[in-house]
Design a protein around this ligand. Structure first.
Ligand code: ADP
Length: 488
């Protein structure tokens, strides 16, 4: 396959600037754009969430209705899918519209529970993807599926949305952005797929402990599987990280390929970032101190030149190591230091974080919510970025932190290992601190080291510059995806 003529459909449940809950949307945003820049012909498709419609003005894009209205079978029901489109950054995106399924406040879940019809919603989406491929009448070479919301696509491409078979030559790549989310549903929902036969025993590739597992279907059904870092690719073949799918992954004909995510270096550039109160570069860092002062003010904390500022931006879920921070918090806050946090997620974690604010009002402050501009100001204003994730497929915040001269403190897992060099192991190449174990003690040890580095201004500056000069752009990793597409 000549990569310059390859036509790729990039299927993802979310993409910036249209709708976003996490790292997948950053990848879905930047990777197709970079691949198009390199000469491929990549188009995207995602659901028409309410956020896509509402975000047009702020996001600087406009969507339009296409002539395609598809009729999608879900079991005995026929449901219409209206197809919208938008050209943004030289990349065409299709949106699958259906008010009942996607015109909702959130993408997947309310704060206390997931939407109960997520299986129906995303099965509908996946069937609409296959129906649109056929409706467009110009075949794609590769359908690039991402996470469980695309897991059934390889099977649907083969068997058709009515289960009556389909002629298609597309190759499929299934990329795992987070193995912990698998799209598991009750076996009784199998009939909604319209696959022939109505018991799961006929479909071992879908079956998972008596239930239907969409991600497993994608892993088994796709021509190739990849994930977002080489270390995570190895980890997920083990019981500790495999989330029950380690056996399936180990049994694949070709091993899972790990490709580290890049950063959208135009959006994340401290030299030009419009969200910042002052811009700066690796050579001229003084604006960073101004960002710190403004950030502390924004969070209601006073500025002390001699106090390091630790920051954290995250979904508040156990994966992100919030429990480790909680266990280390008492000792950490005595060091002394200041700490600013932006996050939202599980209610108990939100409450815990709010209680820290009451306990240490002088030195800790948080904002519970999702705010993209604020996340840029935090990346710029912080001295150190905390990311003690229990597992981390790739992680993006540590990459943004490197770019903004905010030294990352990360756990020794997944993509964090592949992107941050430990200063304690290699003083002349180190870019941050890597915990030696998943424990509050290891985290505390790194925080202590960071505080002492903070007082060695010359060395701090050197390490900051080293991180800022590291190439974290998509240019290299996009090349690896092209090789992978070609290998199909
Ligand atoms: P994950 O995808 O597991 O949530 P990543 O580090 O890969 O973690 O990506 C997280 C992305 O979401 C980053 O772009 C990060 O800045 C953003 N993010 C997470 N929580 C928030 C929040 N509360 N407000 C703004 N941005 C957030």
């Amino acid at each position: 396959m000549d990569s310059h003529n390859s036509r790729v459909l990039f299927v993802s449940s979310e993409s910036r600037p249209f709708a976003s809950t996490g790292g997948l949307s950053d990848v879905a945003d930047a990777l197709p754009v970079e691949l198009n820049r390199k000469g491929l012909r990549v188009e995207r498709i995602m659901p028409l969430f309410r956020a896509v419609v509402d975000g047009q003005k702020k996001g600087g894009y406009s969507i339009h209705r296409t002539p395609h209205t598809l009729v999608i079978p879900l079991g005995m029901e026929l449901i219409p899918a209206d197809i919208y489109a938008c050209e943004h950054q030289n990349t065409l995106t299709y949106f699958v519209g259906n008010e009942e399924f996607f015109d909702r406040k959130e993408l997947y879940a309310l704060p206390h529970r997931e939407y109960r019809d997520n299986f129906e919603r995303f099965l509908f989406f996946q069937k609409a993807v296959v129906a649109l491929i056929d409706g467009l009448g110009r075949p794609y070479d590769v359908v690039h599926c991402n996470d469980w919301q695309c897991g059934l696509i390889p099977a649907l491409l083969e068997k058709g949305i009515n289960g009556t078979g389909r002629d298609g030559q597309e190759k499929t790549l299934m990329t795992i952005h987070n193995l912990a989310y698998q799209g598991v549903a009750e076996a009784t929902k199998l009939f909604l797929t319209n696959l022939p036969g109505n018991t799961l025993d006929q479909y071992p590739e879908l079956e998972f402990y008596g239930k239907l597992n969409q991600l497993k279907a994608g892993l088994v059904g796709a021509d190739r599987v990849s994930t977002v870092s080489p270390t995570y690719a190895r980890e997920i073949e083990t019981e500790s990280f495999g989330c029950g799918l380690e056996g399936v992954l180990k049994g694949l004909d070709t091993p899972v390929k790990g490709i580290v995510n890049g950063v959208n270096v135009e959006q994340w550039n401290p030299e030009t970032d419009p969200a910042l109160p002052a811009n700066y570069t690796a050579k001229a860092l003084s604006g960073k101190e101004q960002c710190k002062q403004a950030l502390l003010k924004e969070f209601g904390l006073s500025y002390h030149k001699e106090l390091p500022l630790f920051v954290l931006i995250s979904r508040l879920v156990s994966q992100k190591g919030v429990d480790l921070i909680s266990q280390a918090m008492e000792n950490m806050m005595q060091l002394p230091l200041q700490f600013v946090l932006l996050g939202s997620g599980q209610e108990e974690y939100q409450n815990m974080v709010l209680s820290w604010q009451e306990r240490w009002p002088e030195n800790f402050s948080c904002f519970i919510g999702y705010d993209a501009d604020l996340s840029h100001r935090i990346e710029a204003g912080g001295d150190f970025f905390l990311m003690p994730s229990v597992f981390e497929p790739c992680g993006l915040n540590q990459l943004y932190s490197l770019r903004y001269g905010t030294l990352p403190i990360v756990n020794r897992v997944g993509g964090l290992v592949d992107t941050v060099q430990d200063l304690r192991l290699d003083a002349s190449h180190g870019t941050g601190f890597v915990m030696s174990a998943t424990s509050p003690e290891s985290l505390l040890e790194c925080v202590r080291e960071a505080t002492s580095l903070f007082h060695d201004k010359k060395r701090l500056r050197t390490v900051r510059q080293r991180g800022m000069n590291q190439d974290v752009s998509w240019a290299n990793c996009a090349g690896e995806y092209i090789e992978l597409y070609n290998s199909l």
